[in-house]
Design a protein around this ligand. Structure first.
Ligand code: TGC
Ligand code: FAD
Length: 392
């Protein structure tokens, strides 16, 4: 069993910006990751298997719906707490954070924000406890960055809807009990539907051969004349803005999560560089290695501040979608660069599963692509500052 020696870098004493409650929540998530994720994650990633025994622990640390009100089974926490939980989980593995992000921001969030009271009561408490797991179907084989072009559609058959189409690259789909599916009605307007496992014509084949997020289960959603009860339509928001609103919440969590992955890579590389002797001294004593480490801690500190400030804005409901895009883009790129530099500091050992760095690096290749690619987020910033849409 692997020993997790992680010590969190806090170069600018950012702990002083947190409340006692924040620190308590962060520390309990950190302890859980050390005890339950670190010892097993490498084996699950190598075997491309989702460790489903972690679901209960994720629920216990409040990772499913941290900011969902307690009356619906959530933890009723603020956005900084949500961010800290995502940071700690992704410090362990981006795939496990993905499971939590999807459950919280892409399944519980739309039911909470756009659902009926009956839907909230029926689904939210079970999603918060992990009794139900969910997934989010927006991306299609021919519509990734441009989800507005989706083909999946449903017809009103009087007493039910008839759903047809397919979604690709769906995190958690192979084991999800419910899917939030975005589909067009006969007028071409996008709505969210709650599709349940077991509905006739609904299948969720797993996507294999991934070199990234191997401990997360990814799959398709296929709808072949699926009869969806009318009460499963999310009634309170429609249009592309509905799924994009959920993405804002998930992208915010990723901005924190990526910091966790970067902190783990940096901490590993720092410790290794002080222990590894070459030419008669620790490699940490060479200027070239110090440059890497000094730049890493600088970038981590900047990213921590960006995430914290965004969280404060979100707490006041003042964070714009474009601000969230900037933080997701910056922090994921920061993390992937740090993973690459850290890997080099470990030399040959860096490519093995004895250390977490290569797994983080490969995971981050998905994180930089999903929830809006690196390019898309740049274009969102570009449009925000110039007022000119360069997507189309
Ligand atoms: P556009 O015309 O700009 O906007 C359509 C409507 O949406 C509104 N809107 C937003 N609303 C809330 N939040 C946002 N972030 C929003 N962005 C736009 C907008 O105001 C408009 O509303 P209305 O009322 O005027 O209709 O749309 P567009 O078709 O030009 O596309 C814009 C673009 C490219 C930015 C958008 O489509 C986009 O973000 N594309 C990226 C797709 C993406 O991120 N997919 C993610 C799939 S889910 C996923 O990856 C989960 S991974 C989970 C895990 O494992 O962690
Ligand atoms: P494309 O949209 O085909 O993009 C290909 C390239 O073209 C990219 O570099 C992109 O930046 C660039 N590009 C596209 N449009 C423009 C433009 N206008 N200007 C300049 N460049 C452009 N989706 C879900 O709905 N639910 C999930 O749970 C989910 N989980 C995922 C899990 C994993 C592991 C992965 C890899 C993806 C997941 N996705 C999910 C899908 C993800 O959101 C999409 O992969 C992503 O939005 C990009 O779409 P695409 O892969 O079709 O790439």
């Amino acid at each position: 069993m692997k020993q997790d020696l992680f010590q969190a870098p806090d170069y600018y004493n950012l702990d002083e910006l947190l409340t006692e409650e924040h620190k308590l929540i962060r520390d309990s998530a950190r302890e859980w990751v050390k005890k339950s994720v670190s010892p097993i994650i490498e084996e699950y990633a190598q075997n491309a298997k989702f460790p489903d025994q972690l679901v209960k622990g994720l629920a216990d640390i409040g990772a499913f719906g941290p900011y969902i009100p307690e009356e619906y089974g959530g933890a009723g926490l603020d956005q900084i707490s949500y961010g800290l939980i995502m940071q700690e989980i992704e410090r362990g593995d981006s795939g496990i954070r993905s499971t939590a992000s999807v459950q919280s921001s892409l399944v519980m969030f739309p039911i909470w924000k756009y659902g009926s009271e009956d839907q909230k009561k029926k689904y939210l408490p079970k999603l918060a406890s992990g009794e139900f797991m969910g997934c989010f179907g927006l991306t299609e084989p021919d519509h990734g960055s441009n989800p507005g072009g989706m083909i999946t559609h449903y017809k009103d058959m009087g007493d039910h809807f008839l759903l047809n189409g397919a979604k690709l690259w769906i995190s958690n789909s192979p084991f999800a009990d419910i899917a939030i599916v975005w589909a067009k009605n006969e007028e071409g307007r996008i709505h969210g539907l709650i599709v349940e496992r077991g509905m006739k014509g609904f299948s969720t084949p797993e996507t294999h051969n991934k070199w990234s997020l191997r401990a997360s289960a990814t799959g398709e959603l296929i709808f072949n004349d699926v009869k969806v009860p009318k009460e499963n339509l999310l009634p309170n928001k429609s249009g592309l803005g509905a799924p994009l609103g959920c993405l804002d919440s998930a992208r915010y969590g990723i901005a924190w999560g990526a910091v966790g992955a970067a902190m783990d890579c940096y901490d590993t590389a720092l410790r290794y560089s002080k222990e590894r002797i070459q030419f008669g001294k620790p490699i940490a004593g060479f200027q070239l290695q110090q440059k890497k480490l000094a730049e890493m801690i600088t970038e981590i500190t900047k990213a921590q501040l960006l995430a914290w400030r965004l969280g404060m804005l979100k707490n006041e409901d003042r964070a714009s979608s474009a601000q969230i895009s900037m933080a997701k883009r910056n922090n994921v790129e920061m993390a992937i660069k740090i993973a690459r530099e850290s890997r080099q500091i470990l030399g040959g050992m860096g490519i093995t599963g004895d250390y977490s760095i290569m797994r983080h690096m490969m995971n981050l290749e998905s994180v930089i692509t999903y929830e809006g690619t690196h390019d898309i987020h740049l274009l969102i910033t570009g449009m925000d500052i110039t007022g000119i849409n360069a997507f189309k």
